[in-house]
Design a protein around this ligand. Structure first.
Ligand code: ADP
Ligand code: MG
Ligand code: ZN
Length: 502
């Protein structure tokens, strides 16, 4: 990434040819469109009954249909269609009541049929959009289309020796491809779009959203144009990014690379490039293929996919509350800042955890602070997410009530929380066991205050001479002497009385 940035500044300081530089307003604007492949969480493959389970021994989930034997016939998986329609409706697409499958012909060893069954001319869904949250507002990003297709097998090149192995377990696993309009302008926008899309897929429970394992894959198309120009420039397509961060890095690199070429008066060639995360560069893989290279033609073994409007309506009625709706509701119903709403709705489970806490302890902002702060900090790095939290909403709510009743101070609450996390015990038990109860008894705090004042005669004199700020110092000393157990408000009162009274 640093290398990509370096290239930009080299171009800037290296006396660029003024004729090659764009208009006086300066600079280029990036245009980005993403093609996302999402693996659908069906139990069986899209055209046969083989299992889609991940991690099985190679070629143990394969049959004559997904191995492309002659004479076999595909049968469309109804659940895959339902999942694809859910995504289409959740992203405001128009669902085609009639769509068709096509054969996309090419040779590769992981594609035994010699063609991929995909939707081409008449896709399942078109013309949708996604509203993505961005710092300081949001943006509506158009979707061109969503279509169904089958996945290919997987080549394994790790073996020593002059051969590769092929595993057909993935061959025929259902995918949807979601193609955005070229509406994105920066790597950050592309990242936000991907995160929002992933969140929707996971909310719908149609895809596990795991980029590292390849259940969510993203190809990024990017071009540059002089700022102010309406026409798009020539694009390259970057593949092989296996995390959100890598999509952003690859785009930063690619934008800088293209900018350098253009500033030097060169032209961009339409091509497919591979992102190399280890080196932080993209390398040319092949000239960009055109649609006609694939000799698309309608799949003769499958009928057109015809949906009934009533069924589509039924699917629509079954949609859960989606991330954007939940965010808006958290702001409206709980009065939370948009940032809190975004963090708390980043997963359905986290949102449920928060709402359960609020139901038991109806102060949303207080709960939000604890969940976004202490709970998420403890969970950091745990892939299981909030499901892994040993502190239940019930326990968190009870701890907050102990604070309200003055049994524990805010400071002690931190200790109680950590102990709840460690042991899974309830807060009352911990408070009793560790003697963490806040001391609100004047008879117990008075002597501690007295001792602090006697130990610091200079400060006492300075305070009485008008240095009010020293009050905080005295409070701190008393809290320290009582191991944080003294009721801070009471400490304040007693201190003021003694300092004034002399
Ligand atoms: P293909 O199927 O050949 O990859 P498409 O026309 O379907 O091409 O576009 C694929 C993706 O590329 C879409 O997300 C689209 O928004 C994006 N795209 C198209 N033209 C450009 C361009 N000039 N610059 C950046 N992205 C583009
Ligand atoms: Mg493409
Ligand atoms: Zn099969």
């Amino acid at each position: 990434m640093s290398r990509a940035k370096g290239e930009v500044s080299n171009a800037g300081t290296g006396a660029p040819d003024p004729r090659a530089a764009p208009g006086a307003t300066g600079g280029y604007e990036a245009v980005i469109g993403l093609e996302v492949h999402a693996q659908l969480l069906t139990r069986s493959k899209i055209f046969c009954g083989c299992s889609t389970a991940f991690g099985a021994p190679p070629n143990s989930h394969a049959c004559p249909v997904c191995l492309g034997m002659p004479g076999v016939l595909p049968v469309l998986n109804r659940r895959a269609v339902e999942y694809a329609v859910k995504v289409a409706l959740a992203t405001h697409c128009t669902v085609a009541l009639s769509s068709i499958f096509a054969r996309k012909n090419y040779f590769y060893p992981d594609l035994p049929k010699g063609y991929q069954i995909s939707q081409y001319e008449l896709p399942l869904a078109t013309n949708g959009y996604l509203d993505i949250p961005l710092d300081g507002g949001g943006k509506r990003v158009g979707l061109q289309r969503i279509h169904l297709e089958e996945d290919a097998g997987k080549l394994l090149h790790e073996t020593p020796g002059p051969y590769s192995l092929v595993d057909f377990n993935r061959s025929g696993v259902p995918l949807i491809e979601i193609v955005s309009q070229p509406d994105l302008r920066t790597p950050e926008e592309a990242g936000a779009y991907l995160r929002e899309l992933r969140s929707i897929l996971v909310y719908l429970e149609v895809c596990d959203g795991n980029m590292e394992e390849g259940s969510l894959r993203c190809d990024a198309n990017v071009s540059l144009r002089p700022r102010g120009q309406a026409a798009f420039g020539v694009r390259s397509e970057v593949k092989n990014m296996n995390s959100f961060r890598n999509v952003e890095r690859a785009l930063e690199y690619e934008i800088a690379r293209q900018e350098k070429v253009l500033r030097q008066g060169g032209t961009i060639v339409q091509e497919t490039r591979l992102w190399d995360a280890a080196r932080g560069v993209s390398v040319s893989m092949r000239g960009k293929e055109e649609a006609h290279d694939y000799r698309y033609f309608p799949e003769p073994d499958l009928l057109p996919l015809v949906l009934e409007q009533a069924w589509v309506d039924q699917v629509r009625a079954s949609l859960p509350e989606l991330p954007a709706e939940k965010r808006a509701r958290f702001v409206g119903e709980y009065g939370l800042p948009p940032y809190d709403a975004q963090v708390l709705t980043s997963s359905k489970a986290l949102a449920n955890y928060f709402e359960e806490c609020v139901r038991l302890y109806p102060k949303p902002k207080v709960v939000s602070n604890w969940v976004m702060g202490d709970v998420l900090r403890e969970l950091k790095g745990d892939e299981r997410g909030i499901e892994a939290a040993p502190v239940t909403p019930e326990h968190l709510a009870r701890m907050l009530r102990l604070m309200d009743s003055g049994t524990i101070s805010g400071k002690l609450a931190k200790t109680v929380f950590e102990e709840m996390w460690r042991s899974g015990d309830d807060p009352e038990e911990i408070v009793k066991r560790q003697g963490l109860v806040q001391v609100s008894d004047e008879g117990a705090i008075g002597p501690a205050v007295e001792a602090v004042l006697q130990a610091h005669p200079g400060e006492v004199e300075a305070y009485r001479g008008g240095n009010d700020k020293l009050l905080g110092f005295f409070v701190g000393q008393v809290m320290k002497a009582t191991q944080g157990k003294a009721n801070p408000q009471l400490v304040n009162e007693i201190l003021l009385r003694k300092l004034r009274g002399g």
